[in-house]
Design a protein around this ligand. Sequence first.
Ligand SMILES: [Zn+2]
Length: 94
Amino acid sequence: MPEPLYDVTVAEIGGQRALIVQPSIPDGASDALKNGLAIRRAANVTGHCPGCGARVQMPNRQQRRAAARTGKIIHLAMEHEHGCGALLDGDEAA
Ligand SMILES: [Zn+2]
């Protein structure tokens, strides 16, 4: 059976409950890929990147209320600093 590509984590970010779909860390991955995915996973569940200090950009109250009213999912973004290990450029698989 192939390894799962993603898993789901429930966390609290900025006082809001969040459902996070994250890439799994493959057993056979390179150390660089494992490290990058580990940094990214930690950032995703805490809202704070341990690699570069970036913080997730939370929606404001109006956006959160609108999403709750309409049942829409809010997508959060985190902009990592250049050189952060969480930024995977595809060369890590080797
Ligand atoms: Zn980062």
